[in-house]
Design a protein around this ligand. Structure first.
Ligand code: BDP
Length: 486
């Protein structure tokens, strides 16, 4: 299908009268795959946390006190638009490479990372923290703050964490100790041995703690829960699908069932201790994300699907890692080489890390990346209770989620298939109700621009509680059925 055809198809779908939208496929394209999704409203599942859409940034970002600042209105607006109840996690590799200027005691000698070019640590000044506190207040977001474990100074960590608490007050959700310590501690026992003196000192100072903020070690999370659950705010680990070098659009859209098996293991343990579990950092591909994959429309479909798959299993939040290209490249021991030129959209895009959901700079302004719109779709489920459903995808790469939100029923349909349009017969809806349809779409899976998540008319469930929704390849839909009669 050409871009023109796609646009026409979406337009037609949006303009369909109620009955037609529910009875059949109106586009003039080859027959779509006939899928079905039947939800079961009698077995409500997990409640979706309000902070599901959350973000993660490098500590290095705080070295520019104009970035996270209350008067950075455009960034504040985009955070609030994404989620009025989000949580900002500050950390990443640079948290373990940063010293706190406010600390006047002695410090162990800084040990550069094996691969790194950084010979002296970054220095975080009080103005960076003050500005951050203003930013979280302006956004209404909570804060999770990572302190440097690698350097081996619990004293500095306490001093810094206390400053964060003084400035951020109630916005502070938790302090985390170390970033992906699995990269520099031999095993869980070694991590626990260096972590414990930090935790004791921080707790003695009245600070809330979360962790272990490991890279990809599910066994660490489980062991940590067993040992430290009682004094913890939440459990955390990171998620990236793969290294950027191995990334591609088909790979990203293929799904990652193995990971969700691990999530389920963690959720069992989290449930036993009554602790929330957050993916405190993650994105499509580590090593900074992949250009042409992490920053194009396909990432929006991936992000929405990933978040809802997490929510369905009871995971409280997904903190998408991002921020400036400079901060993420520095976290990897590299120097950012942003391509200059192009229009303002291209210039802002070039300044952001490849997987960031938001692009731009203080000087040039900020704009949503394609991923932002996928996150926005999934965030519509905040506060809802997930409902199970039976999906017959008819061979297409299609996922579907349902939830009850107050009196409304939500259904998200994500067609990650690059080759098949799909017509989904949704069943198990309250009979005779009408739904507000929203579509997430773009000219193509590899589009950097022209991505929208927007209202696309109404649909209605028939007397049997059934409705057909047309879903062009590489697009998603969200329908919110309200129980008022259509
Ligand atoms: C994680 C680090 C973060 C990096 C990211 C990446 O915590 O600092 O920016 O990987 O490789 O492991 O993109």
């Amino acid at each position: 299908m050409t871009d023109m055809d796609r646009r026409r198809l979406l337009k037609t779908a949006a303009l369909l009268p109620l009955a037609a939208a529910c009875r059949g496929w109106a586009g003039s394209v080859s027959a779509p795959a006939q899928a079905s999704f039947v939800l079961d409203p009698t077995r409500p599942g997990r409640r979706v946390d309000a902070s599901l859409a959350s973000l993660s940034y490098e500590t290095l970002e705080l070295l520019d006190p104009t970035f996270f600042a209350a008067d950075n209105h455009e960034l504040v607006r985009l955070f609030r638009e994404m989620n009025p109840h989000g949580v900002l996690r500050i950390g990443g590799n640079t948290s373990d490479d940063t010293v706190w200027a406010g600390y006047k005691g002695k410090l162990p000698t800084y040990v550069p990372r094996k691969h790194g070019k950084l010979l002296q640590p970054h220095v975080l000044k009080p103005e960076g923290l003050e500005a951050l506190a203003g930013f979280v207040r302006a956004t209404g977001w909570k804060l999770v703050f990572g302190v440097n474990l690698r350097i081996g100074s619990p004293e500095m960590a306490v001093d810094l964490a206390q400053a964060v608490q003084r400035l951020a007050g109630d916005q502070l959700l938790a302090i985390q100790i170390g970033n992906e310590a699995n990269n520099y501690e031999h095993d869980y026992a070694a991590f626990d041995a260096v972590w414990t003196p930090y935790a004791k000192a921080l707790r003695a100072a009245g600070l809330p703690i979360a962790g272990p903020d490991t890279g990809a070690n599910t066994d660490w999370v489980i062991e940590y829960a067993k040992r430290h659950a009682r004094e913890n705010v939440f459990l955390s680990r990171h998620y990236y699908r793969e290294a950027a070098e191995n990334g591609s659009i088909p790979d990203m859209l293929a799904g990652d069932p193995g990971f969700f098996g691990e999530v389920e293991q963690i959720m069992q343990v989290a449930g036993r201790y009554g602790l929330p579990f957050r993916i405190s950092e993650g994105n499509s591909y580590y090593n900074g994300g992949r250009d042409g994959t992490s920053n194009v429309f396909a990432s929006a479909l991936w992000g929405a699907d990933f978040m809802l798959a997490l929510a369905q299993r009871g995971v409280a939040a997904m903190h998408f890692h991002g921020g400036t290209l400079n901060s993420v490249e520095a976290s990897l021991g590299r120097v950012a080489k942003a391509s200059a030129g192009g229009d303002i959209v291209a210039q802002r895009d070039a300044l952001a890390s490849r997987y960031s959901a938001i692009a731009g700079s203080r000087a040039l302004g900020f704009q949503p990346r394609p991923l932002f719109h996928g996150i926005a779709l999934a965030q519509r489920f905040a506060g809802a209770q997930m409902l199970p459903g039976k999906l017959d995808a008819a061979g297409a790469n299609l996922t579907a989620y349902a939830a009850r939100q107050g009196d409304a029923t939500l259904v998200a349909l994500i067609n990650k298939d690059a080759g098949h349009d799909v017509a989904v017969t949704v069943g198990g809806l309250p009979a005779g109700t009408h739904g507000e349809l929203m579509r997430l779409h773009a000219p193509a899976l590899d589009s950097r621009r022209g991505v929208a998540f927007e209202a696309a008319g109404k649909v209605a469930a028939d007397v049997h509680g059934t409705c057909r929704v047309a879903l062009p390849k590489g697009s998603a839909a969200l329908v919110r059925w309200t129980h008022a009669a259509a």
